[in-house]
Design a protein around this ligand. Sequence first.
Ligand code: COA
Length: 150
Amino acid sequence: MVQGVIVRRVQARDLEQINGIAHAMLREEYSLELFTHLFERAGGSFMAALIGDSVIGFVLSVPLTSRTMRILMLAVSEENQSRGIGKMLLEACKNHSVSRMMNEIVLEVGVDNEKAVEFYSRNGFSVVSRIKEYYNDRTDAYVMKCYLPM
Ligand SMILES: CC(C)(COP(=O)(O)OP(=O)(O)OC[C@H]1O[C@@H](n2cnc3c(N)ncnc32)[C@H](O)[C@@H]1OP(=O)(O)O)[C@@H](O)C(=O)NCCC(=O)NCCS
């Protein structure tokens, strides 16, 4: 827990702020329309970290199989990084996945995104493979995996 920060399911009024964080922090371009579409489908696997009404980070995951959750996006606004917010969001995603009887989480992360690779490694993930030219800018991605307690 980080003082003053709550993590809860995303609400429609959060989407504009989430789109702003994604635009500032993520490699690929997304749109408000896409987040609205994902919001309507993702339910409890779309979560935001907030201070008051201000969204400071979010995590979006989708089931890949009945046993595997896949994190599509995880981002914390620049000024709120390195305070444990990413870890809070990841814990919320892990708890949600365990509650759905899933036993692993997978994700892709840019091989040049050292902070994120380090962050995931410290939080139970290991690199399992590499995908060549995964991103639009042709950067490779690592596939990272975390096994969940049964
Ligand atoms: C990767 C990312 C989500 C991590 O989020 P974060 O909120 O910075 O993560 P945390 O604070 O939980 O952990 C990161 C660091 O904070 C430290 N930390 C954790 N809790 C802390 C606390 N309570 N107080 C101070 N530092 C803390 C950790 O030790 C870690 O180490 P560091 O000092 O080397 O930075 C964030 O950097 C980000 O949004 N990056 C851009 C988007 C991105 O690359 N997403 C991942 C690809 S999908």
